[in-house]
Design a protein around this ligand. Structure first.
Ligand code: NAI
Length: 334
């Protein structure tokens, strides 16, 4: 199959080329992301392969279809950036990688938690400058704390196992109970907010979860709560978060994802003036730690992503069926 890969970084090329030695597709790479402007670059391809910040709106889907593209292969799990209804109407198949390494993401969430707690990001800079003062670096024992997990699917349930290992009490909220996630106490959202010292987000972004963490939710949490989000940026209302950080209601924030990350992440902007004032305000807080959507980024995850993405396209080409297809039934009712 002819496949045009958007948002292709060097590492994407490396892993996709490796997986393609057995898959045998014709791959072409573009480093730009796919949107209403760049859709015009599509020609002579059967499928496009996209990542988290490529934007398949209704209009983009129509343009893709007009250029005879029959499949969209997401090389990620989340599909909030694709208008599934538009794709279905146009007969465009959408496939994804639902399961490549829940460990990669859960372990990164843990890293954010630990770094924020013990001030590792500050200690790293201090020690390099010969400053060995411990002022402001005091953390807390994780053992005995209450950790709330929102979303106990693949990543959330790995997180539950890890957190249990630290000797914490683990509360969870998920509209669908996971029977494999036995080491958590399922509670309602209000109880999770009220009791947790740390809350970590592992639910998808959909119309139920967009801005789920808003001012009202934040004000129901324990004063000084630590919030970790490795899920999708728009789950948090960032402006409300800034207000609650300023008031001290939120004590720590660790995020790998950000609402407007499409304008920033996966690029070197170190010589440019960042125009996003909300993001820049977040960076000024000493108790905020941000990584640029790297939770998935382990060798094992990249191998699985590349292999599954190309397999998905092979299955569609050879059998017309793919188990990793995303249908409109995945859209939650607003
Ligand atoms: P999953 O589909 O296995 O689990 C998601 C869970 O969230 C399900 O159990 C579902 O019932 C639950 N859920 C749905 N709506 C909810 C709500 N309103 N409140 C609470 N829980 C709700 O997905 P998985 O693999 O665990 O991934 C979770 C999310 O993590 C993905 O949707 C994606 O957005 C994000 N992710 C981020 C990555 C990164 O690099 N930062 C990498 C991979 C995934």
């Amino acid at each position: 199959m002819k496949v045009l890969v958007f948002s292709a970084q060097d590492y994407d090329r490396q892993f996709l080329d490796w997986a393609n030695q057995t898959a045998g597709h014709q791959l072409r790479y573009l480093d730009v992301s796919l949107d209403e402007q760049t859709v015009k670059l599509i020609n002579d391809t059967d499928a496009v392969c996209i990542f988290v910040n490529d934007d398949i709106t209704d209009k983009v889907a129509q343009e893709i279809s007009a250029r005879n593209v029959k499949s969209i292969a997401l090389r990620c799990a989340g599909f909030n950036n694709v208008d599934l209804e538009a794709c279905q109407k146009l007969g465009i198949r959408v496939v994804r990688v639902p399961d490549y390494s829940p460990y990669a993401v859960a372990e990164h969430a843990l890293a954010l938690m630990m770094a924020l707690n013990r001030g590792i990001h500050k200690a790293y800079c201090r020690v390099r400058e010969g400053n060995f003062s411990l002022q402001g670096l005091m953390g807390f024992d994780m053992h005995g704390l209450v950790v709330g997990i929102i979303g106990t699917g693949k990543i959330g349930s790995v997180m539950a196992t890890i957190i249990n290992g630290l000797g914490c009490r683990v509360l969870a909220y998920d509209p669908v109970l996971n029977t494999n996630c036995s080491d958590v106490e399922y509670v309602d959202l209000a109880s999770l907010y009220a009791q947790s010292d740390i809350i970590t987000m592992h639910c998808p972004l959909n119309c139920d979860t967009r801005h789920m963490i808003d001012r009202r939710a934040l004000q129901q949490m324990k004063k000084g709560v630590m919030l970790i989000n490795t899920s999708r940026g728009a789950i948090i209302d960032t402006r409300a978060m800034i207000e609650e950080l300023k008031r001290g209601q939120v004590g720590y924030l660790g995020i790998d994802v950000y609402e407007q990350e499409g304008d920033l992440f996966f690029r070197d902007l170190s010589n440019e003036v960042i125009q996003d004032d909300v993001f820049e305000r977040l960076l000024t807080f000493p108790n905020v730690l941000i990584t640029g959507h790297q939770a998935f980024f382990t060798r094992q995850a990249m191998e699985n992503i590349a292999r599954t993405t190309l397999n998905n396209l092979s299955e569609i080409e050879q059998t017309g069926y793919c188990g990793n297809e995303v249908g409109v039934e995945k859209i939650s009712v607003c």
